[in-house]
Design a protein around this ligand. Structure first.
Ligand SMILES: Nc1ncnc2c1ncn2[C@@H]1O[C@H](COP(=O)(O)OP(=O)(O)OP(=O)(O)O)[C@@H](O)[C@H]1O
Ligand SMILES: [Mg+2]
Length: 505
C-alpha cells in the first residue's frame, strides 16, 4: 500500500509546525524521516494517524483521498502507529491489551481473549516474533513490549506502519531485533515510516530518506550517504559526531560511593555492594544493559531510593538520608533518566521548569515573594544557550517536542554551579546537532574540574565521553576499564562475559 501526503500544513499559534509537506511512501519501503528536534516529524505522523487535525492538505492511500479524523479512521485505512510512549496497560497480559485496544478503537468488530491469542499467534508466526500472549506486560523487557505494540497494529492489518523514535528506549540488542522485524515486515509488503535520530539505524534500514527542517521538506538523502553527510543535511551545517576529548588532569575524590546496596520493596537487592570513586576532572561512565541496577544507582545520588545501605559522600560529606532538595543544594546536577517522570512538570511553563531547582532562592524569590522578571530573564538566556526551539517561555513545557523537553532539563541542570554532574541517558531523543552540543558541554564540565558520573546505554556515547568505564551487570560493578576498551569488548562485558568467554553465573 502506498501513502501520499500532499500539502500538509499545521500551525500552533504563530508557529508553523508543518509547512505544506509533500511526501510519498511506496509499497514495501522503509522510508526514514530525519529532522532536528522540533522539525515537525511527530506532528506530521500524528496528523497521518488522526491524532492531530491538519489546517490543510490531503492524505492519499493507494491514490485515493482518505479523511482521517481519529486513529480508528487511520486503522481502517490500513495505517498503524507505534508511539514512543507505549499505550499498554502494564498489569494486563499481552492478549488482554490487544482485546482492550479493540474495544476502544474498533474497526474490525469485537475480539475475545481466545481470538486475540489466535490472532497474536498468527502474526507472531508469520513475522517470527517471540511473544507469549499470556505474559503480563510489566514483566516483559521494553523491546518485547514494543513488539506487542507492533503486533497490535498488524492485527488491525496495518499496511503502513509508523514508528516514531522506536529505538530511543531500546538496548542495542533490542534495536537489532527491531531492525530485523522491520526488514521482515518490508519483505511481506508492509510500508514503514521510520523516525529516528540514530544515523547508524537509518543507514542500516532505510530505502529512502526525507529530511525535514523547521516544518518543511528540505531534501532527500541516499541510504549510502555517510553519517557526516546525513548529519549536515539534517542540521544545515557540519556536525562533529565525535567530540574532541582533551587530556585531563584528575584532582581529589569528589564523589565517593562505598558499599552501596539498594533493595526494592520486597527486599530483593537491585544494587549490590557497589563502590566507586569519581575524581574532580573525570568522567566515569556506568555502562550496562538496561535493568542491571543503573537506574536505581543513579536515583540514589539524589536520594530517590528509599531502601538503601552504604555511603555516598560528596567532598567528604554523607548525603544519604538527606532530602532530594538538600542533595541538589549540596552541589549535584541531576539529569534523570525519565524527563517526563522526574525531570519536568508538564503543566508548568518552560520558564518555571528552567529554574525549578532554584525557584525559592535569591534572586528569583525572597520569602514568599517571587520575581518573575528575573525568572524570565534567566529562562531566555538558557533557551538561547541551549538552542531550545520554543515559541514563548510562558508556554507549558508539555507543548515542546521530545528533544526540546530534554534540552530544558539539561539547560537547567548544566547551568548551575555544582561539584558533581550525574547524568542518565543525557542525549536520549536529541538530534545529532544537539548531541554534539551536550557532549561538548559535559566535557567542559569535566575540564572545569567537575566530577561527572554518566549513565548511558549508548556505547558510542560511553566511549566518546568516559575516562573510565564501570560495567554494571546484575546489580554489581563487574569491571572497570579505561576508555580505550574496544566496542566489542565493552559489549561482551555488558552481557556479563568477563574474560575469554567466561560468563558470570
Ligand atoms: N500541541 C502543541 N501545541 C503547541 N506547539 C506544539 C504542539 N505540538 C507540537 N508543537 C510544536 O511544533 C513543533 C514541532 O514539534 P514535533 O513534536 O512535531 O517535533 P519533532 O520533529 O517530532 O521533534 P523531536 O525530534 O524533538 O521529537 C515544535 O516546535 C513543538 O513545540
Ligand atoms: Mg518527535
Amino acid at each position: 500500500m502506498s501513502l501520499e501526503l500532499r500539502g500538509i500544513t499545521k500551525s500552533f499559534g504563530a508557529l508553523v509546525a508543518n509547512d505544506s509537506i509533500d511526501l510519498k511512501v511506496e509499497t514495501g519501503e522503509i522510508h526514514a524521516i530525519l529532522g532536528e528536534n522540533g522539525a515537525g516529524k511527530s506532528t506530521l505522523m500524528n496528523i497521518v494517524y488522526g491524532l492531530v487535525a491538519p489546517d490543510s492538505g490531503e492524505i492519499l492511500v493507494d491514490g485515493q483521498v482518505k479523511v482521517i479524523r481519529q486513529p480508528s479512521d487511520a486503522l481502517a485505512a490500513g495505517i498503524g502507529m507505534v508511539h514512543q510512549h507505549f499505550m499498554l496497560v502494564p498489569v494486563f497480559t499481552v492478549a488482554e491489551n490487544i482485546v482492550l485496544g479493540h474495544e476502544k478503537i474498533n474497526p474490525l468488530g469485537f475480539l475475545d481473549l481466545d481470538q486475540a491469542r489466535i490472532a497474536i499467534k498468527k502474526v507472531s508466526d508469520e513475522f517470527n516474533f517471540e511473544v507469549d500472549p499470556d505474559a503480563r506486560v510489566e514483566d516483559l523487557p521494553v523491546g518485547v513490549q514494543q513488539r506487542v505494540e507492533i503486533i497490535r497494529a498488524l492485527i488491525y492489518d496495518a499496511k503502513v506502519l509508523i514508528l516514531d523514535e522506536p529505538s530511543a528506549v531500546l538496548t542495542p540488542q533490542e534495536t537489532d531485533e527491531l531492525l530485523n522485524i522491520m526488514k521482515n515486515l518490508k519483505a511481506k509488503g508492509t510500508s514503514i515510516i521510520f523516525i529516528t535520530h540514530k544515523l547508524r539505524e537509518v543507514q542500516a534500514a532505510a530505502d529512502r530518506i526525507t529530511i525535514i527542517r523547521r516544518g518543511k521538506v528540505v531534501g532527500t538523502a541516499e541510504p549510502t550517504a555517510s553519517q557526516e553527510e546525513l548529519a549536515s543535511a539534517m542540521v544545515g551545517r557540519p556536525v562533529q559526531l565525535n567530540p574532541d576529548k582533551s587530556a585531563h588532569s584528575v584532582g581529589e575524590v569528589v564523589l565517593d560511593i562505598a558499599g552501596l546496596t539498594i533493595k526494592d520493596t520486597t527486599g530483593r537487592s537491585l544494587v549490590k555492594n557497589v563502590s566507586i570513586q569519581v575524581h574532580a576532572g573525570e568522567v566515569v561512565a556506568i555502562a550496562g544493559v538496561q535493568g542491571n541496577g543503573q537506574s536505581e544507582l543513579a536515583r540514589a545520588m539524589v536520594n530517590l531510593e528509599p531502601h538503601i545501605e552504604g555511603s555516598i559522600k560528596l567532598v567528604g560529606e554523607e548525603i544519604i538520608g538527606e532530602s532530594v532538595r538538600q542533595a541538589l543544594h549540596h552541589g549535584i546536577a541531576f539529569v534523570p533518566e525519565s524527563r517526563e517522570l522526574d525531570g519536568l512538570i508538564g503543566s508548568f511553563s518552560i520558564a518555571e521548569n528552567l529554574i525549578l531547582d532554584v525557584h525559592d532562592l535569591d534572586p528569583y524569590a525572597r520569602g514568599v515573594q517571587l520575581f518573575p522578571k528575573v525568572v524570565n530573564e534567566k529562562a531566555v538566556e538558557r533557551v538561547s544557550e541551549f538552542d531550545i526551539r520554543i515559541q514563548s517561555i510562558s508556554d507549558p513545557v508539555s507543548s515542546l517536542s521530545g528533544g526540546n523537553k530534554q534540552k530544558v532539563v539539561l539547560a537547567r541542570e548544566l547551568s548551575r554551579p555544582v561539584k558533581v554532574v550525574v547524568a542518565s541517558q543525557p542525549t536520549r531523543g536529541l538530534d545529532v546537532g544537539s548531541i554534539e552540543f551536550v557532549h561538548e558541554r559535559i566535557l567542559s564540565e569535566r575540564d572545569a574540574g567537575r566530577a561527572v558520573l554518566l549513565f548511558s546505554t549508548e556505547l558510542d556515547e560511553v566511549l566518546a565521553l568516559a575516562d573510565r568505564i564501570a560495567v554494571m551487570y546484575r546489580g554489581e560493578i563487574i569491571s572497570i576499564v579505561p576508555s580505550t576498551v574496544s566496542r566489542e569488548e565493552l559489549g561482551l562485558l555488558m552481557a556479563g562475559v568477563v574474560s575469554e568467554g567466561k560468563a558470570i553465573a
